[in-house]
Design a protein. Structure first.
Length: 223
């Protein structure tokens, strides 16, 4: 059981190639960190894994089946910007219900207060709204989670609480998880393995790589 990326090619329309023949896997029950400089393609990778973007070539499979093009997405993406992931006109009760009947226990673990359920996204702080996006992503049929700078808007104590709750659920359900983050300490704490995004560019990515510092190249090369 794994989320498997094989021979992935992708570049945004009109942009330079970001991924060439990239391959890696995330075993169910493991947490994999993805690191890389700003603009290197981490969020793009998250969108590809979740099925929001389609690869130009290559394949992404989920527990042996191709990533579905429609219907429920077994790879759920938790965005860096929660306000882009929800209908801003709906009350939070409906935002949650659109995904599934989130158990009260999960709401409590994520620190979601009952009074927030009757508000709209614009009436919550970024961190409060993000808790709802995490709860939504924990659909019973979710197999893998991709967390893209998920806790960037939280203070350190809340960040630690949210990660503790989420990793507990992930481990309990045997989900696989990809954590995209700029924070090495966070990745050290959470992840079983780290993948520098540079490693996924393949030999053809060396044209872009040459614009970066020798230290970054060495780090990528030794990974
Ligand atoms: N929809 C798009 N159309 C064209 N180019 C895009 C699009 N989205 C992102 N890009 C470009 O693709 C590259 C990778 O962007 P991406 O957001 O994946 O990087 P990132 O590593 O997540 O960056 P950050 O750490 O700053 O969030 C950037 O050069 C960006 O400008």
């Amino acid at each position: 059981m794994a989320l498997v990326v094989s021979g992935l090619d992708y570049g945004h329309p009109g942009g330079e190639p970001l991924y060439r023949d990239a391959s890696f896997r995330v075993e169910a029950g493991t947490v994999v960190g993805v690191t890389g400089p700003s603009g290197s393609g981490k969020s793009t990778l998250g969108a590809l894994l979740a099925g929001d973007l389609r690869p130009r070539a290559g394949e992404i499979t989920v527990d042996g089946a191709p990533l579905p093009g429609r219907g429920f997405r077994p790879v759920q993406l938790i965005h860096q910007h929660p306000e882009r992931a929800v209908n801003l006109k709906w009350r939070m009760r409906s935002v949650l219900r659109e995904s599934h009947a989130v158990p009260r226990e999960t709401l409590d673990l994520l620190g979601i207060r009952s009074e927030w359920l009757d508000r709209r996204p614009g009436e919550l702080s970024g961190g409060e709204l993000q808790r709802f996006c995490i709860a939504r992503a924990l659909h019973p049929a979710t197999r893998y989670l991709v967390a893209d700078e998920m806790t960037a808007m939280f203070d350190a104590i809340t960040q630690a609480r949210i990660w503790h709750a989420l990793i507990g659920i992930v481990r309990e359900r045997g989900l696989g998880m990809v954590v995209i983050s700029h924070e090495p300490a966070l990745l050290d704490r959470l992840c079983d393995e780290r993948i520098p995004v540079e490693r996924l560019r393949g030999p053809a990515g060396s044209a872009r790589r040459s614009r970066w510092s020798p230290a970054a190249r060495d780090a990528a090369g030794s990974a």
